[in-house]
Design a binder for this molecule. Sequence first.
Ligand code: IMP
Length: 199
Amino acid sequence: MKTLVFASNNAHKLEEIRAILGNKFDVKSLKDIGCNVDIPETGTTFRENALQKARYVKEHFGFDCFADDSGLQVEALGGEPGVYSARYAVKNGRQVTAGNKDDANMDVLLEKLAGEENRKACFRTCIALIYEGETHFFDGVVEGHIITEKRGDGGFGYDPLFVPDGYEKTFAEMGNEVKNNISHRAKAVEKLAEFLFFN
Ligand code: IMP
């Protein structure tokens, strides 16, 4: 069985990926290969950040590897928060604790969109794969819009503010099973899996 590193230590993401690729690949986490550094993500696009992480593993540990980077892009804000999605409040000078990070990020977003009629947004995931000497990218996008008040307590991140096209509920209201079928991440992972199974 081939070893493939997923440049992440997120237990939930690893479990999801292993359920899909586990028959064909021995999917290892960063911790599994002894990589304990916080790999720098200094890019200005999801693609750059994902590639940076995958390259780091290939260069320092020698394994074929894939890495992902995701975030929210809001049309009226020129694509913000984008690669700053996880640290949007901090970037905007707010005091943030581990416990209020998601709320603080959403509050900044709502303030920036106050009075704005164009609420179009999308979640995007990019996966960079370094495999048998070549680099490949897989993108997943889910289009939708940002509502004016948080709704729902499921999910994470910006889920209480995002209603995907074709639905009335936010990602935080619809339950993980529905969300995980239509999400940006699911779409990118599906493309990755298709590539790996047919190559
Ligand atoms: P990551 O690259 O998957 O760690 O995502 C970076 C950040 O984007 C997260 O910390 C969230 O703020 C935001 N984000 C990514 N995916 C989602 C999602 O499915 N729902 C809500 N927020 C998300």
